[in-house]
Design a protein around this ligand. Structure first.
Ligand code: PNS
Length: 170
């Protein structure tokens, strides 16, 4: 009898990652343990101007996640549902930090299901020590010269301090 091949369980971890935080890392590491392969999908923000350009955001993720053999990093534009379908992934993973976040995430999951009915959204709960970390707060702390240790990986902290010494982008 021919052996049945097990399908690869592929998930997409989407986000702006502007920049990557230890909260993101926690969720990506958990995803990499649950799924065979994980694509970290970095949104090309068409509307809001990100602090870091795409090559920098990707480089920071690549550096910080070099220890995970089953992840890939890609940028994407347009609908997440389309991107997920184009890669034949079956799941979208999102970290759920709080009940406040739940409403927006629930709406997004329902909308993505409407757009791609075969794709499931999987919510993962972050480790408590990073559950309050967000890219927005990290950028604020960096701008005001506060300590970044424990919030972002060293490569991100270095880029944030460099950005601060260079002054704001016009
Ligand atoms: O890190 P973020 O900013 O919380 O990630 C949000 C992201 C990238 C997951 C979301 O904005 C997204 O999926 N954008 C792509 C456009 C899209 O599909 N919009 C409809 C969502 S229902």
């Amino acid at each position: 009898m021919m052996p049945m091949s097990t399908p690869t369980r592929l998930a997409v971890c989407p986000g702006s990652f502007d920049p990557l935080t230890n909260g993101h890392i926690d969720i990506i590491e958990r995803s990499a343990r649950l799924f065979d392969r994980v694509i970290v999908a970095v949104l090309v923000n068409a509307e809001k101007r990100p602090l870091f350009e795409m090559p920098d955001r990707v480089a920071m993720i690549r550096e910080a996640l070099a220890h995970l053999p089953n992840i890939e990093i890609e940028s994407f534009e347009g609908l997440l549902a389309e991107f997920v379908r184009s890669r034949s992934a079956r799941a979208v993973v999102r970290g759920l930090r709080s009940t406040t976040e739940f409403n927006d995430e629930w709406q997004m999951a329902q909308m993505n299901r409407r757009l791609a009915p075969d794709v499931e959204t999987v919510f993962l709960v972050p480790a408590p020590d990073v559950a309050y970390v967000s890219s927005r707060l990290v950028k604020d702390i960096a701008r005001l010269g506060g300590p970044l240790e424990g919030l972002v990986p060293p490569g991100v902290a270095a880029r944030l301090s460099r950005r601060k010494t260079e002054g704001p982008r016009t």
